[in-house]
Design a protein around this ligand. Structure first.
Ligand SMILES: Nc1ncnc2c1ncn2[C@@H]1O[C@H](COP(=O)(O)OP(=O)(O)OP(=O)(O)O)[C@@H](O)[C@H]1O
Ligand SMILES: [Mg+2]
Length: 416
């Protein structure tokens, strides 16, 4: 019986639950999709546990109805500006230097890497080993079975604010579901969209949602930097609302139907194609505004976002180039000409990524909006397969349904 995997992406605008199975060809077969409007979230973080729980519950119910599967635990995305990352170094003496390096040695090295002082209100979400060295020989991907006396690891550590993380966990649990693992949103999206070659060459994943833009830089095959910017598609819509004095719903529609991240050259004064009739804040009344004006508003915010993305790159201290460029995803990546603008400002190749190679109920999922949800499914496979055949110390078991078990968990990524 193939194993059933459940993913819940808790976003600012929508909660998406996916139920899937891995078939014998290694493809993910989607059995159920449940999308519900999000409530109780602001800029990616829970601000009302009750509201968030009811939105999550609605999404779960839809996915259960479609799949006929009773959901008990799920991989869940975590987002918000509180997410931060750093790279850390761990060194241990190999316990039996005359024989092979064992999983126990690797675990101790990873433990040593995460032994850094964290402010009381933060907790570790993930520890991902990037690269190892054995007796000074660097660039080792898999030290298991090698002989040596000194094992070192470079690990990527993702942390989050404990209270924010707990509010998300409580919301999911209130919706009646346990948590297999909490996965930072950009890492989930990266799993859905990036090839091993992208990650090897150097690539930046940018998931532009409604309330957040999450960023991850991958190099040498593994994640180097994770960060979240508290600006997303909502900000573009809000700017249109305030400047053109139009209701939020019509601002959103204008953005989707007529918007562009590049305003282009100003039109002739009598260009009829440039005129838009838009709603005012007085019900039933209309006003005229130029499309050029609309796109100038959008461009200003899009330029700010591109600058913030660049600042994340600088903050990462990543010294290398990113030959595989930038992969944009999330609903906001669908803004017309945003890829062009980011290419012009950052000078890196840009492509828009969306989930592919799925089978089953995939109609709605072929969109950048669902990268994080689909990515959670991929993440679960990677997590499962890397832990298979290897038994991490009890305190590192990642499966668990109670708050206490999840709270202290680490996802240990063993070398490939
Ligand atoms: N065609 C489009 N053009 C411009 N923006 C779009 C388009 N389609 C969707 N969006 C924007 O994408 C955003 C929603 O994206 P998404 O579903 O990825 O967000 P989310 O996951 O709910 O939020 P977050 O990840 O920030 O918590 C909205 O701001 C919406 O306006
Ligand atoms: Mg999102």
């Amino acid at each position: 019986m193939p194993q059933t995997i459940v993913a819940i992406d808790v976003g600012t605008t929508k909660v998406c639950t996916l139920v899937a199975q891995l078939n014998q060809r290694g493809q993910l077969k989607i059995l159920g999709v449940g999308v519900a409007p999000s409530k109780g979230l602001d800029k990616g973080v829970v601000v009302s546990i009750d509201q968030a729980a009811s939105a999550i519950e609605a999404s779960i119910e839809r996915a259960e109805r479609l799949s006929g599967y009773r959901i008990s635990t799920a991989y869940v995305s975590v987002s918000g500006q509180h997410i931060a990352s750093h790279n850390s170094h761990g060194v241990v003496a190999v316990q039996r230097p005359e024989s092979e390096i064992t999983p126990g040695d690797v675990n101790r090295a990873i433990e040593a890497a995460q032994a850094v002082a964290l402010p009381g209100q933060r907790e570790i979400l993930h520890v991902i080993p990037r690269i190892y060295s054995v007796d000074g020989h660097q660039g080792i991907r898999d030290p298991l079975g090698m002989s040596g006396t000194r094992l070192e690891v470079e690990a990527h550590i993702v942390t989050g604010e404990a209270m924010v993380v707990q509010n998300l966990m409580r919301s999911v649990q209130k919706a009646g579901v346990g948590i297999d693992e909490l996965v930072p949103q950009p890492l989930a999206s990266g799993e859905a969209l990036l090839t091993p070659e992208d990650k090897e060459r150097g690539v930046m994943l940018v998931d532009i949602g409604a309330g957040t833009t999450s960023v991850a830089i991958f190099a040498q095959g593994e994640v180097f930097y994770t960060g979240v910017i508290a600006v997303g598609g909502h900000h573009v819509t809000n700017d249109i609302t305030y400047i053109l004095r139009t209701p939020q719903s019509s601002a959103e529609q204008l953005k989707l139907q007529c918007g562009s991240a590049i305003a282009g050259s100003p039109p002739e004064a009598d260009d009829p194609d440039d005129q838009l009739e838009i709603e005012t804040l007085n019900a039933g009344e209309k006003q005229n505004a130029s499309r050029h004006m609309l796109c100038s508003i959008i461009q200003a915010r899009a330029e700010q976002l591109a600058e913030l993305i660049y600042q994340e790159f600088q903050r990462s201290n990543y010294a290398g180039m990113l030959p595989a460029g930038i992969v944009l995803t999330g609903g906001g990546a669908q803004l017309a000409r945003l890829d062009e603008l980011i290419y012009a400002m950052l000078g890196l190749p840009v492509r828009i990524g969306m989930p592919t190679a799925l089978i089953g109920l995939t109609d709605t999922l072929n969109s950048p909006v669902y990268s994080a949800s689909v990515g959670l499914l991929h993440w679960s496979l990677r997590s499962e397969s890397l832990n298979r055949g290897y038994h991490p110390a009890e305190e590192y078991q990642i499966r668990g349904t109670t708050l206490e078990r999840v709270k202290g968990w680490l996802s240990i990524f063993l070398p490939r």
